[in-house]
Design a protein around this ligand. Structure first.
Ligand code: GAL
Length: 338
């Protein structure tokens, strides 16, 4: 009898402790949708979102991440967001497929009472003629539980142009008084592509350098497409091409393959710049096979996004915009820092 009582008491104690522990530990549900998993840069970014959330876990707080591939399809991503709402996510982190759908998506998430962190693709304000306004977007500004975390793409474009401007020959390899370039663009709906295209060239013209655009094509951030477009331009314009501007490193890696195949040599008879600082691009810069890139800080951006998501989970007040700086990476910088 005594023994039964002792076992019973012990069992009550164990059960009591267990329920005490589980009452303490809080698991937050986080829904993340990325515009497309095959994107090189967004792969680094999304992996770091998961890693960083893990480092913030304690005995008392856990984060259950549900990550979804938007497959570059807005209808698919809208379904994912609706599932997140049905599943009762505590916060959503969203890399939009189409920023033009921002209003509709933000409305649904806000109506469901779920805080939202938009990343990487900034929704923009437009005027009546569809022209981009250099103003913050109402869907973000008007909602205290919605914010955007990103980098100002004008800076990355300017840095690309400055790396060419600062070369001894200022990019004019054949000495004809102008810099003849080709531009390989990312997704044209994306402000990163628009600004990098504009500001890379502006850094040259602002320095009084004459430019000639031989070719400007859309490579949609994609390596294979970058290779194809660069190969075509090189066979069409040959030695005339002095600079290859790529809106990102993915396409620059493809361009580099085309440059080698065409028997050209970066740093001698052609220059090549990208954006992102993918590890493969850093290696090429150190070897002298790429002129430079611009660090698109996926660590800084993913950490800022997660930190603000945690603030929202804690009911803290947030800002509507968080900006992370780009960093210019030429050969000297790459050798000293990587
Ligand atoms: C850019 C990045 C590109 C691509 C794009 C997706 O910031 O440079 O490589 O990932 O975002 O929106």
């Amino acid at each position: 009898m005594k023994k039964t009582l002792a076992i019973l008491l012990a069992a009550i104690l164990v059960l009591g402790c267990m329920s005490f522990a589980s009452a303490e530990a809080k698991t937050y549900k986080v829904g993340v949708s990325i515009y497309q998993y095959t994107d090189n840069f967004m792969t680094l970014y999304r992996n770091e979102i998961e890693n960083y959330f893990k480092t913030l876990e304690t005995d008392d707080v856990k984060y259950e991440i549900t990550m979804a591939d938007g497959k570059n399809d807005m209808a698919e991503q809208t379904n994912q967001v609706r599932n997140f709402i049905t599943q009762g996510m505590d916060v959503i982190i969203l890399n939009l497929v189409q920023t033009s759908s921002a209003d509709a998506v933000i409305d649904e998430i806000v109506a469901a009472g779920i805080p939202l962190v938009l990343i990487n693709r900034e929704p923009l304000a437009y005027d009546a003629d569809g022209k981009t306004l250099d103003e913050s977007y109402a869907g973000i500004l008007d909602n205290p539980t919605v914010c955007y975390v990103g980098a100002d793409a004008r800076q990355s474009g300017t840095y690309q142009g400055e790396m060419i401007r600062d070369l001894d020959n200022k990019g004019d390899i054949n000495g004809d008084g102008k810099v003849s370039y080709i531009m390989i663009e990312g997704d044209p709906e994306n402000i990163d592509a628009q600004y990098r295209t504009e500001f890379s060239v502006k850094a040259l013209t602002d320095a009084g350098i004459e430019v000639e655009c031989l070719d400007d094509q859309v490579g949609n951030w994609d390596q294979t497409k970058g290779q194809e477009l660069c190969a075509n331009a090189l066979s069409k314009y040959g030695d005339k091409v002095e600079v290859v501007f790529c809106n990102n490193d993915g396409m620059a890696l493809g361009a580099e393959t085309a440059i080698i195949a065409a028997g050209r040599k970066v740093g001698e008879d052609i220059y090549l710049v990208g954006v992102d600082a993918l590890p493969e691009a850093i290696d090429l810069i150190k070897e002298g096979n790429m002129t430079g890139t611009v660090l698109n800080d996926h660590i800084g951006q993913s950490h800022a996004a997660v930190d603000v998501a945690v603030k929202l989970l804690n009911g803290e007040k947030i800002d509507n915009y968080y900006w992370v700086n780009y960093v210019k990476i030429d050969k000297a910088y790459a050798e000293a820092n990587y």
